[in-house]
Design a protein around this ligand. Structure first.
Ligand code: DLL
Length: 433
C-alpha cells in the first residue's frame, strides 16, 4: 500500500475523519465562494448545522449545469494567485467545465494516482508509459504526476501514434501502459493486422491501467488474453479531481474509493433520496480536502453500487462496482433500458465478432430503432453469406434473450469502424440530430 495509514484505516476512525473533513470542506465552500453561499442559504442549510454524516441529506446538490453557468472560474474558492493548474472537460454541449487546483490539490491528485498504481503492485522499479492525452484532459498529467510520485520511470508519450508506442514499449522496457481500454484494444488490433512480427509477450509489459470510459468484464478478458497483460480499472472524473477517485486492487473485484479525500453517496437519480449501501443508483461526490475547487454533492450521473467487504488486499476503503454506464447514456429502446456496455458484453460472448462496434439509434414511424454495427474477423468475412447470416441471427437472438431488445445487426468488414485514441464513441443517436 502506498499510504497504509489512510488506505487501511479502521472504518470508525475513517468515518470520524470524514466528518471532520466534511465540516471543513462545507465551511470552506460556504465562506469562500458566493455561489455555494447562495445555494446553501436558499436550501436553508448552514455548515454550523452539520452535526453528523446523516446531515448530508440537507446539503443541496451541485449539477454540471452549475459549473457551466459559472464558467470559467466562478466555483473557485481561493484567490486566483493560489491556483497553480487548471483542467477542463470538453464542451460539446454548452460551456466546458473548468476545474482548478492549488499546490496542495496537485499533491493530493498525485497521491491518489500513486496509490492506484501501487494497488496493482507497481513500484519505483516500474516504467509507466502514459498514453492518455496530455493537455486540458486530466488523464495524461494525472497519471504522469502519480507515476512520478510513486517513483516509477514515467514516459510522457500521450495518446496516438501506435507505431511509436510499440517502439517505446520495447526500447524503454515499459512495464505498465496507461490509456483507455479502447486504445489498448486498438494496439492489439494494430499488432495483429500490421505488425505480426511484434510479440508483446516478449516485452516487459505486464499491466494496463485502463479507464476514462466504461468497459465490460468481457473486454477485460479480451485485452488480457490478446496482449498477455493484466488489465486494471482506474476511475475518476475531472470535477472531483481526475483519475484516482477510485481504483481496483490486485483482487479486481470492485474499485476502492479514496474515502479520506472523497465522500460518496448513492442516490435514486429520480427522487434524489439516499439509497442504502449495496443498492444501485447514481454516485454523488463531495470533496473533503480540495481547496481551489470544492465539489459539494456533485451529481456525477455515473451508475454504480457501493459496498464494504473485507478485501484480501487489506484496504478498508469502501468499494464501488465497475461503472458500466451513465444515467445520460442509458438508452431507452421501445421502453427497455439498455447501456452500451451491456451490448458490448453480449457481442464479446460471441465468437467471430471483433470488439469494435457502434450503436446507431434512430426513430422510424415514431418507434425507436436500434442498429448494432459490429466488425467480424477476417476469416469469417471471407466466408459464405450463409455463415454471416447465421452469425447475425445468433447475435440478434442473444440480444433479444439477454437484454430484451430487437436490434438490427449489421456485420461489417474488419477495420471499418472508426478507432479512437482516447474515449471511444459508441453511440450515434440520430434521434437527437
Ligand atoms: O475520464 C478521468 C480519467 C482519466 C479517469 C484517466 C481514468 C483514467 P472526465 O473526462 O471528466 O475524466 O470523464 C469522467 O468518464 O464520470 C465516467 O462517466 C467516465 N469514466 C471515467 N473512468 C471510468 C471508468 C476522466 N474506469 C467520466 N469506468 C466519468 C467507467 C469511467 N467510466
Amino acid at each position: 500500500m502506498f499510504n497504509k495509514e489512510y488506505e487501511a484505516m479502521p472504518v470508525d476512525k475513517l468515518k470520524k475523519l470524514q466528518y471532520e473533513r466534511l465540516k471543513w470542506s462545507l465551511t470552506h465552500a460556504y465562506n469562500n465562494n458566493p455561489f455555494y453561499k447562495k445555494k446553501f442559504d436558499a436550501a436553508g442549510f448552514h455548515p454550523d448545522k452539520f452535526k453528523s454524516l446523516a446531515d448530508m441529506k440537507h446539503v443541496p446538490f451541485l449539477y454540471k449545469q452549475d459549473m457551466r453557468d459559472n464558467y470559467p472560474f466562478g466555483l473557485f474558492a481561493v484567490p486566483m494567485s493560489k491556483v497553480v493548474r487548471v483542467h477542463s472537460s470538453s464542451g460539446t454541449t454548452g460551456n466546458a467545465t473548468v476545474v482548478g487546483y492549488t499546490k496542495n490539490d496537485v499533491g493530493v491528485f498525485a497521491e491518489v494516482v500513486a496509490r492506484s498504481l501501487a494497488a496493482y503492485g507497481a513500484t519505483e522499479n516500474d516504467v509507466v508509459q502514459v498514453a492518455y492525452g496530455y493537455g486540458l484532459f486530466t488523464g495524461g498529467l494525472g497519471l504522469h504526476y502519480g507515476a512520478e510520485k510513486l517513483g516509477a520511470m514515467t514516459v510522457p508519450i500521450s495518446g496516438g501514434n501506435t507505431e511509436r508506442q510499440l517502439m517505446l514499449i520495447k526500447d524503454f522496457g515499459t512495464t505498465i501502459m496507461a490509456c483507455t481500454p479502447s486504445y489498448m484494444l486498438n494496439i492489439a488490433d494494430y499488432i495483429e493486422k500490421k505488425r505480426p512480427d511484434y510479440n508483446m509477450r516478449a516485452t516487459r509489459l505486464r499491466a494496463g491501467v485502463l479507464g476514462a470510459e466504461p468497459w465490460s468484464e468481457n473486454m477485460r478478458k479480451e485485452i488480457e488474453s490478446r496482449l498477455g497483460i493484466e488489465a486494471f480499472d482506474i476511475y475518476g472524473l475531472s470535477e472531483v479531481i481526475g483519475p484516482g477517485v477510485s481504483t481496483e486492487c490486485s483482487e479486481k473485484s470492485g474499485l476502492h474509493v479514496f474515502e479520506d479525500h472523497f465522500y460518496v453517496e448513492i442516490i435514486d437519480p429520480e427522487t434524489g433520496e439516499i439509497l442504502p449501501e449495496g443498492e444501485k443508483g447514481e454516485i454523488v461526490y463531495t470533496s473533503l480536502t480540495k481547496e481551489a475547487f470544492p465539489t459539494i454533492r456533485y451529481r456525477s450521473k455515473d451508475i454504480t453500487r457501493l459496498y464494504r467487504d473485507s478485501c484480501k488486499c487489506g484496504r478498508t476503503l469502501i468499494k464501488m462496482e465497475k461503472v458500466t454506464g451513465r444515467s445520460d447514456d442509458m438508452m431507452i429502446i421501445r421502453g427497455v433500458n439498455v447501456f452500451p456496455s451491456q451490448i458490448e458484453s453480449v457481442l464479446m460472448e460471441i465468437e467471430g465478432t471483433e470488439p469494435h462496434y457502434q450503436i446507431i439509434l434512430d426513430r422510424k414511424a415514431a418507434l425507436d430503432d436500434i442498429e448494432v454495427k459490429v466488425e467480424v474477423n477476417e476469416k469469417l468475412f471471407s466466408d459464405e453469406v450463409k455463415v454471416l447470416n447465421d452469425l447475425s441471427k445468433r447475435i440478434g437472438d442473444r440480444m433479444r434473450s439477454a437484454l430484451g431488445i430487437s436490434a438490427k445487426i449489421t456485420l461489417v468488414e474488419p477495420m471499418t469502424i472508426p478507432r479512437s485514441e482516447g474515449k471511444a464513441v459508441r453511440v450515434i443517436d440520430k434521434r437527437k440530430i
